[in-house]
Design a binder for this molecule. Structure first.
Ligand SMILES: C[S@@+](CC[C@H](N)C(=O)[O-])C[C@H]1O[C@@H](n2cnc3c(N)ncnc32)[C@H](O)[C@@H]1O
Length: 292
């Protein structure tokens, strides 16, 4: 079956059983049109809803007085967001063209397009938002890869996928909307034995003690529930996911936030990220795990 077979009439409602919370999240993303996401995506047509990593290319930014400065900053922020997705894909391991990958909480589908371009394989995306699924499918069709890249409105806690059918799966900044035990049970079910799971996420640091005031602000801003690093590792261990890499990306993401904080695209949450990364209460991590 081609991936496009059943995307002609995307569902406008979240499949049952939907909790009232999931309804809120679907509405949030259906109405989301922040310039910081759309203008960055317009740079090259890869639309991300995640943050960036890596060193700022100061030469690319040019002179602060340059009339084109804002445009250059946007291009640079976008480059760092794509670098983040590239790192996630680097950690999926050896993926073959005949494999199927899963993006759980796929947003507008930027990471899915990058995955197909890199591996040549099929990529299934799940999001609660009809707007996002439609956007992602339209974009894939425009790129001529609609046969390979499909977004669906579906709950990642009830994935519409067969047991063991997925070679690699990920959550790119989408695991803070769900219970981790329920989430990893589903990844574990759909992943083939030997398959790879990767997440990039913000998490609170158990060494700090409890979620800091900054973490609470981030939760309120995005209507989410940030988990601790310990919770990730425990929930993986309980669900046959064995970590192979845990990378602290906090120092790599700070330059992105500091640059973003200088633009007219600020959303008001920048200070909470910068301060919590600096006081050690919040961390940006990549965890890659094997399904055993
Ligand atoms: C911050 S965005 C990240 C989007 C994307 N991963 C990216 O990197 O651009 C969070 C995404 O998680 C999705 N999401 C949240 N809870 C979900 C659930 N229970 N099932 C499916 N998707 C969910 C939202 O619909 C949204 O697309």
């Amino acid at each position: 079956m081609s991936l496009t077979d059943d995307i002609t009439t995307p569902s406008s409602a979240i499949p049952d059983p939907a909790t009232p919370y999931q309804g809120d999240i679907a509405r949030y993303w259906d109405h989301e049109a922040r310039p910081v996401n759309l203008r960055l995506g317009d740079v090259d047509g890869l639309y991300h809803h995640h943050y960036g990593i890596g060193e700022i290319d100061r030469a690319a930014l040019g002179d602060p007085a340059d009339t084109e400065r804002e445009k250059k900053v946007i291009a640079e922020l976008h480059r760092l967001e794509s670098a983040q997705a590239d790192l996630l894909l680097d950690n999926l391991g050896d993926i073959r063209a005949e494999s199927t990958l899963l993006d759980a909480g796929c947003g507008r589908g930027g990471s899915m397009v990058m995955a197909h371009q890199r591996f040549g394989c099929r990529v299934e995306g799940l999001t609660l938002s009809t707007q996002q699924a439609d956007f992602g499918n339209k974009r894939a069709a425009e790129l001529g890869i609609g046969e390979f890249v499909r977004s669906r409105v579906a709950n990642m806690l009830e994935m519409p996928l067969e047991n063991g059918s997925i070679a690699g799966s990920w959550n790119n900044e989408s695991s803070m909307y769900v219970d981790l035990h329920d989430l990893f049970a589903e990844h574990s079910r759909v992943l083939a034995v030997g398959g790879r799971y990767v997440t990039i996420t913000g998490c609170w640091n158990p060494k700090y003690g409890q979620p800091s005031k900054w973490v609470s602000q981030i939760n309120a801003h995005f209507e989410c529930n940030i988990h601790s690093r310990r919770e990730y590792l425990r929930a993986m261990a309980d669900n046959r996911l064995v970590p192979q890499a845990v990378i602290d990306l906090t120092p790599d993401t700070l330059p992105y936030w500091e640059l973003r904080n200088t633009t007219s695209l600020v959303t008001g949450i920048e200070e909470a990220f910068i301060e919590s990364y600096k006081d050690g209460s919040f961390q940006y991590v990549l965890i890659a795990a094997d399904r055993v």
